[in-house]
Design a protein around this ligand. Structure first.
Ligand SMILES: Nc1ncnc2c1ncn2[C@@H]1O[C@H](COP(=O)(O)OP(=O)(O)OP(=O)(O)O)[C@@H](O)[C@H]1O
Ligand SMILES: O=C(O)C1=C[C@@H](O)[C@@H](O)[C@H](O)C1
Ligand SMILES: [Mg+2]
Length: 174
């Protein structure tokens, strides 16, 4: 193995994207394909807190969640895992700085598709009220931040999660 290949193997593979882009699902499948650990930052936070992310928002407030999200994300970036970031993690300048120089895949999704996907799953903070309208707002705000940190982007609207994994594997191999 070349030094470059070894250096890449030691590095986290990071997935970013809006809620419903598939960061959790694709991350789990990609990690299985690569034989790597999968770390979902939302899941790690919930496990450590002993309560769900929506409950942390309700009990402790968004600012408290963002502080935990920032430190947890930066900590987990040091692991040679597939890392699924929370959709709002890129709001943090410190997280964006920590992502520089890393392999970051942006899973792109339209608001319509994201709403269909998250509308069918368990409650989450962005799911309160008008799901599609809220997702459009969040996408407009966050798309430039995903673009800033991403080294590669993958369209997901008309592709299954397995197809998205295939696209990422092609790019990792290339
Ligand atoms: N490419 C895809 N095609 C069809 N359905 C998908 C795809 N990717 C994910 N899904 C489905 O969409 C739903 C949301 O996916 P997932 O939980 O992975 O999104 P997420 O980006 O992690 O969202 P959040 O930021 O809210 O955690 C799940 O039901 C999942 O099975
Ligand atoms: O869009 C957001 O701000 C969030 C997305 C989820 O990944 C969670 O991190 C939480 O629900 C907040
Ligand atoms: Mg997720």
């Amino acid at each position: 193995m070349t030094d470059t290949a070894r250096a890449i193997e030691d590095q986290a593979i990071v997935l970013v994207g809006a809620s419903g882009s598939g960061t959790s699902t694709v991350g789990r499948l990609l990690a299985a394909e690569l034989g790597r650990e999968h770390l979902d930052v939302d899941a790690v936070i919930a496990q450590r807190a002993g309560k769900s992310v929506p409950d942390i928002f309700i009990d402790d407030g968004e600012a408290a969640f963002r502080a935990i999200e920032e430190s947890t994300t930066i900590e987990l970036l040091e692991r040679p895992a597939v890392l699924s970031l929370g959709s709002g993690a890129v709001l943090s300048e410190s997280v964006r700085a920590a992502l520089r120089g890393r392999q970051v895949f942006w899973l792109q999704v339209s608001a319509g598709t994201a709403a269909e996907r998250v509308g069918l799953t368990a409650a989450r903070p962005v799911g309160f009220g008008n799901v599609r309208g809220r997702l459009i707002q969040l996408l407009n705000l966050r798309a430039p931040l995903y673009a800033e940190v991403a080294t590669s982007s993958v369209a997901t609207d008309d592709h299954t999660a397995d197809e998205v994994v295939g696209r990422i594997l092609e790019r990792l191999g290339g």
